[in-house]
Design a protein around this ligand. Sequence first.
Ligand code: 5GP
Length: 193
Amino acid sequence: MNSGSGQSCGAVIVLSGPSGVGKSTICKQILERVENVYLSISTTTRMKKIGEQDGVDYFFVSRDEFEKQKKAGNFLEYAEVFGNFYGTPRDKLEKALNEGKTVLLEIDVQGAQQVKKIIPDARMIFILPPEHKELKNRITGRGRDDEQDVKKRLAGADAEIAASEFFDYKVVNDKLENAVEEVLQIIKKEIGE
Ligand code: 5GP
C-alpha cells in the first residue's frame, strides 16, 4: 500500500463513526488481539480530559503549534471537530507502514474522506450506534463532556451517520464483544490473515 508520499507495504484501516459510538474502546481491544498493529495517535488542540495522557491518548498542542505543524505538512489529514482541531501525524504513520505494520486510524468522517483520497487502498469501517438514544446515554454516561459539548456531539452524530454510505464496512456497536469480533474479522480478511 502507498501512503501517498512514499513507499510502504502495510495496510491502512480507518475506523470512523459518531463521537461516543465506542471507536476508541474497539480500537484498544483490536490492539490487544491483532499483532503488528499501530494505532495512530492524533495531534489535537482540544483540552486534555481527566485520565488522558499526552503522547498516549493524543499529542495535546496549542492552536499555534497545530497551525505550525499543519503548514509544515506534518498531517496526513486534519479536521475541525466540535470546535477543536485533530490531525493524523504523517511521519509515524509512514514509519509504521514501512515496517509492514497495519495502521489503524480512529478519526472522524471528514478525516476518513481525506484519507480515502490520499490512500485509495485504505479500508473504511464505519461504527454505528444501535440507536440515537443509546448514543446519548453513552456520551452522557461517560461523564466526560459538559452539557453543551454533549449537544454538539449528538448533532454531529446525525451528520456523520448520513455520511456512512461512503464506507466499505458498517458495524453496529450494540454489543461491544460482537462489534470487536466483527471488526477483527474484517481486519484479518483485509490483511490476509
Ligand atoms: P474526542 O474529542 O472524543 O477524543 O474526539 C472527537 C472526534 O475527533 C472523534 O470522532 C474522533 O474520532 C475524531 N478524531 C480523533 N483524532 C482525529 C484525527 O486525527 N483526525 C480526524 N479527522 N478526526 C479525529
